[in-house]
Write a protein that binds this ligand. Structure first.
Ligand code: SF4
Length: 266
């Protein structure tokens, strides 16, 4: 089961729970325990939209609300473009990437903190899992929408980071068991604060930040329809008129969650 839609009221309420219970401080407590990843900002790993649990989505969302308005708008536009063009092009990066900097470095999600620390065989397993998911996406587009997704896009993946070594040149690793420990700390934090329906929907899989951002505007079914229409136009004509019109119409941004009406998302 995955998260289908987060209404304006729900999102506002969840953000209030996040602020009132100072969940950021509790997340920091967990983050501080993760061994530091030696990152040289090559940005190779910043190709995709960060994979997160819902608590981290609230953390990122509320953090971005505190950034300058222009930056919020840029992130929002990149997030929408990423989410809607993801199946058809490699011409994008994580929406938080700004040159060589990460705009959310202070609240970096676990997934990004772990990068470069996977034992090789576990990283290979993750790659394999991601390839299988991409294959089912490609089959779904071909069967249901008669659209052929590019093999280059579907098979693209990122090599594991090799910079992450200690002073003696030994690689720092985190096993699945250790990673699960951090995730379990998250789950017990979520259990204390998040409503049951969000917990149930969030428990199995990590979600992309951009997907969760978009389902604060569209129910996932509607998002899927829009994604297919945009992919079709891009693949058949090489244009993005529908996407540009959508961006113009909705004025996506983070502050908007507090004032938009659900009707305006239809
Ligand atoms: S959140 Fe930051 S570190 Fe993680 S992929 Fe995005 S830009 Fe890179």
């Amino acid at each position: 089961m995955s998260i289908e839609y987060i209404s304006k009221e729900e999102l506002d309420e969840l953000l209030s729970i996040f602020e009132e219970n100072n969940i950021r401080r509790q997340l920091d407590f967990i983050y501080e325990r993760v061994p530091e990843n030696k990152c040289e900002r090559c940005t190779e790993c910043c190709f995709g939209s960060a994979q997160i649990h819902f608590g981290e989505f609230l953390s990122l969302y509320s953090y971005v609300q505190g950034l300058p308005e222009e930056t919020q708008k840029e992130i929002a536009e990149r997030a929408v473009r990423y989410e809607l063009l993801n199946p058809v092009t490699l011409d994008h990066k994580c929406p938080f990437l700004d040159g060589k900097d990460c705009l959310v470095h202070e609240v970096l999600p676990l997934h990004c903190r772990f990068f470069g620390m996977y034992p090789e065989h576990e990283y290979d397993d993750l790659r394999e899992k991601s390839k299988k998911q991409n294959t089912s996406v490609a089959i779904h587009y071909a069967r249901n929408h008669r659209l052929l997704l590019s093999e280059e896009v579907m098979t693209y993946d990122v090599d594991q980071c090799s910079n992450n070594v200690d002073e003696k040149g030994n690689k720092k690793l985190l096993t699945q068991r250790e990673r699960d420990l951090y995730y379990n700390m998250f789950v017990s934090l979520h259990n204390r604060y998040l409503p049951d329906d969000i917990l149930t929907a969030d428990e199995d899989e990590l979600n992309n930040f951009t997907f969760l951002y978009m389902v604060t505007y569209f129910p996932s079914e509607e998002l899927e329809e829009t994604r297919v229409e945009i992919a079709k136009e891009f693949l058949e004509k090489g244009t993005m008129k529908k996407l540009d019109a959508l961006l113009k119409k909705h004025n996506f941004d983070f502050g908007m969650a507090k004032v938009r009406s659900i009707d305006s998302a239809s």
